[in-house]
Design a protein around this ligand. Structure first.
Ligand SMILES: Cc1cc2nc3c(=O)[nH]c(=O)nc-3n(C[C@H](O)[C@H](O)[C@H](O)COP(=O)(O)OP(=O)(O)OC[C@H]3O[C@@H](n4cnc5c(N)ncnc54)[C@H](O)[C@@H]3O)c2cc1C
Ligand code: SF4
Ligand code: SF4
Length: 346
């Protein structure tokens, strides 16, 4: 016996996560298929719609415009050609006659043939690496904190600073902690913030400590120019920040000698980490995750479960442009599965 009443809505596809990847997939799927997009938060757009423009007197090609364009293309939520449900947490799933029955904590439920996981990422929480003093010492910031407050009183403190340092790869490229992946965006992100700060506070000396600069994608020449003219690149990874007199001091080793350099402020370039919702959805839908905690993509967004797909940053660190094109690519794959089924089961 069916465990649901006949009022349960039935869809061809359900997308979990209304970030840029999920939304761009929904746009491809919805003209031909009946679909729903569900987000656990009360607002759509994910992290991409929370990021700001980083232009100074010129565009810095940060990619945020790709998300803004998507929002313009979609128009009002009420006019979306698919059902749109916000503030819903998945609580369980069962499969019956080839369809997935999804139950949400609110008691709501739906039936769907295909599922697309697009639950994305979140910024790494710098408190998880206490050796860098975030949340303990003054004058230690994260990149995203600086970006969000670039024009506020908080960052006006930079007027009084002479010398600041960025530390790259916070939360990523750490195999010991099972976060060996590169977050891909944070080198470019840090250089753009450095350019913004140098534009607003031309007197600042900016040092950037790194192990390997990832400038792939976007305007590589522009970023190379910023790294040459605006920042002093130092190829060492500080292993600790101390603050005996209220000012941060970076400790790093060079030729087996410990160096201590004092700064007025330190900016931690936090990378991405899988959204906790990604792990929760993976457990409920019983799809495999990889060693870094992202949903395992076996190619074209295919997961370990039949008719469950993944796209965007839920399957690995991506910038906005790549997350959008991944959403579209995986949607095409889902469309072809449905078209094939319509041919063999008329
Ligand atoms: C610090 C930082 C700075 C960045 N700066 C840039 C930049 O300048 N330029 C750039 O191109 N990229 C940048 N990125 C990357 C960019 O944020 C991602 O490429 C983009 O957000 C990925 O989109 P997405 O749709 O895959 O995931 P997300 O944006 O993470 O969206 C996922 C959505 O899924 C929802 N969700 C989560 N769990 C569940 C669940 N269980 N059920 C239902 N819904 C759920 C979330 O609420 C969210 O709406 C940055 C990332 C970080 C961390
Ligand atoms: S790409 Fe980024 S810096 Fe350039 S205009 Fe768009 S949001 Fe601003
Ligand atoms: S993008 Fe740069 S800062 Fe970010 S993890 Fe990769 S190498 Fe490190």
């Amino acid at each position: 016996m069916n465990r649901f009443t006949s009022s349960v809505p039935i869809y061809d596809f359900a997308i979990l996560g209304a970030g840029v990847a999920g939304l761009s997939a929904a746009r491809i799927l919805s003209p031909s298929l009946k679909g729903v997009i569900i987000d656990s938060e009360e607002q759509a757009g994910g992290l991409a719609w929370q990021l700001g423009c980083k232009a100074t007197d010129r565009c810095l090609y940060c990619g945020v415009c790709h998300g803004i364009q998507l929002r313009r293309d979609l128009g009002n939520f009420s006019s979306y050609p698919f059902d749109f449900i916000l503030g819903q947490q998945l609580s369980s799933m069962f499969k019956e006659n080839g369809n997935y029955h999804l139950l949400f904590k609110s008691g709501r439920s739906i039936i769907t043939h295909s599922i697309l996981i697009a639950t994305g990422i979140q910024p790494f929480d710098a408190r998880q690496v206490p050796q860098y003093g975030y949340g303990t010492f003054s004058h230690i910031y994260t990149g995203i904190e600086i970006e969000r407050n670039l024009n506020s009183e908080g960052v006006k403190a930079f007027n009084a600073y002479q010398k600041i340092a960025f530390i790259q790869c916070i939360g990523s490229r750490n195999f010991k902690e099972k976060r060996g992946y590169c977050s891909r965006v944070c080198c470019r992100y840090a250089l753009r913030i450095a350019e913004d700060l140098a534009f607003q506070y031309p007197h600042l000396q900016i040092d950037m400590y790194y192990m390997d600069l990832q400038l792939l994608g976007g305007k590589k020449e522009l970023l190379a120019e910023i790294s040459e003219k605006r920042v002093r690149l130092i190829r060492h990874m500080p292993y600790r920040v101390e603050s005996p007199n209220g000012k941060p001091i970076l400790l790093f080793e060079d030729n087996q000698k410990v160096n201590r350099v004092e700064y007025d402020a330190v900016i931690l370039s936090v990378g991405m980490t899988p959204n906790p919702g990604t792990k929760q959805v993976a457990d409920i839908l019983r799809v495999n995750i990889d060693d870094d905690g992202f949903i395992k993509d076996y190619g074209d967004g295919i997961t370990s479960q039949e008719n469950i797909f993944v796209c965007g940053a839920a399957s690995g660190a991506k910038d906005i442009e790549t997350a959008i094109s991944d959403g579209k690519r995986v949607a095409q794959r889902i469309l072809s599965v449905h078209q094939y089924l319509q041919q063999v089961i008329p």
